[in-house]
Design a binder for this molecule. Sequence first.
Ligand code: COA
Length: 392
Amino acid sequence: MTVTVGIDKIGFFTPDHYLDMVDLAHARGEDPNKYLIGIGQSKQAVIPPTQDVVTMAANAASQILTPAIKADINMVLFGTESGVDNSKATAVYLAHLLGLPANTRAIELKQACYGATAGLQLAADFVRVHPTAKVLVIGADIARYGLRTAGEVTQGGGAVAMLVTADPTILALDAISSYHTADVMDFWRPTYRTEALVDGKYSTNVYLDFFKTVWADYQAQTQRSIADFSAFVFHLPFTKMGRKGLRQILPEADEPQQASLTAAFEASQADNREVGNLYTGSLYLSFLSLLRHGTLVGGERLGFFSYGSGAEGEFFSGVLQPDYRSGFDDDFLTRQLADRQAVSVAEYEAIFQQQLSNDGRDTQLAVGQERAPYYLAGRQHQQRQYRHQATN
Ligand code: COA
């Protein structure tokens, strides 16, 4: 008997503050429409030093985990390129913070923005073999390019947490997918750097080439065509990137379908436009945005393009489940985004410089204003001090 496997629940976390892209444009002497239209970003999450990928992942995961679900989790797969240790996995810190059972596999996965997709596919294969298993998959990152760089407008941060199970509530994953790897220097971050090195225009071209390659291969493997899809969801380092991807295949659709695929894309970019780049989590925030703002119904097939610079690309698909809206807390997510407060460019620049230093000194961070359940209080004896507080 074939087991139906996929995404059962999704949680998303981004911190309390954002920077308005119109303010950034004025400060950098750019036309605001370059950022709003040309790049396609309205706001960007500003990450305080009290949030790192572990705490953001815990804040996202705590939205979807009950004590009963926690007791059943067998594996944690943590995709990130903003890890806090070169040896110990963020997944181990996370499993401890969340109080997951000790008989859990906890591993960190790295391949730029592709890490969470690797986690999702490995989790799905695991559940196909062990149908009672539940796997927690994380995509969490802080996208940092540096002040006054070309990539500054494409920064952001946050975490997506997904529960992968049999008979999922949200999306049943198709077993066939198409993937492609090539050694490309479009974006990388050597271990001695806190900000990425990037050739943004080259990266855009590689992304589009990879999409063409895996989309063609997927169609050859499955005999499906664009007519079989209700929406395409893209990795969105900035929303214009996915728009370019969609434009590449739109001529394959007839006119009514072009209109419906374009409307679905608008829904899928709405939340990313407000948060900025999450690296590993971007594709899955876009999926959540499509579920929240779109008009899809159960039974429709969705296509996903995952891209991680360096580079790895994958096209996969899944069928939306009838009760998908019960797999995430729409009101909570709306409130989380609406309740954020704007910071000025000067405040953003100050926060950008306040990350925990790389010198290993004992540090006590200012934590009085923290509203999220999980946060970082500082560092003592070379160890990060994670905290959990009860919240309403
Ligand atoms: N109104 C509307 N659009 C405008 C505009 C205006 N006043 N001014 C410029 N634009 C458009 C440009 O035409 C261009 O659109 P196009 O890409 O469709 O041609 C877009 O805005 C960007 O302008 P550009 O001059 O190319 O911007 P840039 O040199 O500052 O670089 C990125 C933009 C995206 C390459 C840069 O921000 C970057 O490198 N980001 C990181 C990308 C990344 O993370 N890649 C790796 C992960 S996939």
